[in-house]
Design a protein around this ligand. Structure first.
Ligand SMILES: Nc1nc2c(ncn2[C@@H]2O[C@H](COP(=O)(O)OP(=O)(O)OP(=O)(O)O)[C@@H](O)[C@H]2O)c(=O)[nH]1
Length: 205
């Protein structure tokens, strides 16, 4: 069975956990406990093939033994790089992350690399306080050779599932799945994912 490793990256509070939880549980839950980075696992069937999906959710807070962004990029097959459309600084961070992915991929001769980086503008429901125009996201994605999505983990279940499904599909093509790489850190089961919910104290939007 093949493993697909996806990293969901982006600056603090952009909604990385929210997107992952939406995809894995169908639910949007306002607050998440994530004091440590983690990997969630899901078994999927794609085009009749059984796949083990590993989804890496970094924790933005500094913690001892935390993997570096470079470790995370080396580990993953595909990347969902998230920014918050109501926070321009998160857009600038997302751009830097995609640049780093491209830089580290240069030596790696990864095939199909263009299809394995998605730029995602999250929190589309906050368009009344938007700081990043959709066209800017589209332009950046074109410049960086990424696929672009603008959506809302809070309001768009189908879009979130479609986005992750497309990434899984892309990563499953062409023998992209790597076998043994160092895991960025610990892993978590679905039970732990559920346990994380409600634990984190954070300002709601
Ligand atoms: N309005 C709105 N709020 C969202 C959306 N997605 C996430 N949030 C909120 O944004 C805050 C941060 O969400 P998280 O999923 O914890 O963000 P994160 O990127 O995992 O944050 P770190 O783990 O600190 O890096 C929470 O209060 C969420 O409820 C969205 O689509 N719309």
């Amino acid at each position: 069975m093949n493993d697909i490793k996806l990293a969901v990256l982006g600056s603090e509070g952009v909604g990385k956990s929210a997107l992952i939880v939406r995809f894995l549980t169908r639910r949007f839950i306002g607050e998440y406990s994530s004091t440590s980075e983690c990997i969630y696992r899901k078994r999927l069937s794609v085009d009749g093939r059984q796949l083990n999906l590993e989804l890496y959710d970094p924790c933005s807070q500094a913690s001892e033994g935390k993997s570096t962004l470079t470790d995370q990029i080396h580990w993953a097959d595909g990347f969902v790089v998230v920014y918050d459309i109501s926070d321009r600084s998160s857009f600038i961070s997302a751009k830097a992350v995609v640049h780093l992915i491209r830089e580290l991929q240069l030596g790696g001769a990864k095939r199909d690399a263009d299809t394995l980086v998605f730029l995602v503008g999250n929190k589309q429901d906050l368009c009344h306080v938007r700081e990043v125009r959709r066209e800017e996201g589209q332009r950046l994605a074109a410049e960086l050779r990424c696929q672009f999505y603008e959506l809302s983990a809070a309001e768009h279940y189908q879009e979130v599932v479609l986005m992750f499904s497309k990434m899984v599909h892309n990563a499953s093509l062409g023998g992209k799945c790597k076998d043994r790489r160092r895991r960025p850190s610990g892993s978590k089961s679905m039970a732990k994912l559920i346990n994380n919910v409600f634990g984190k104290r954070r300002k709601s939007v």
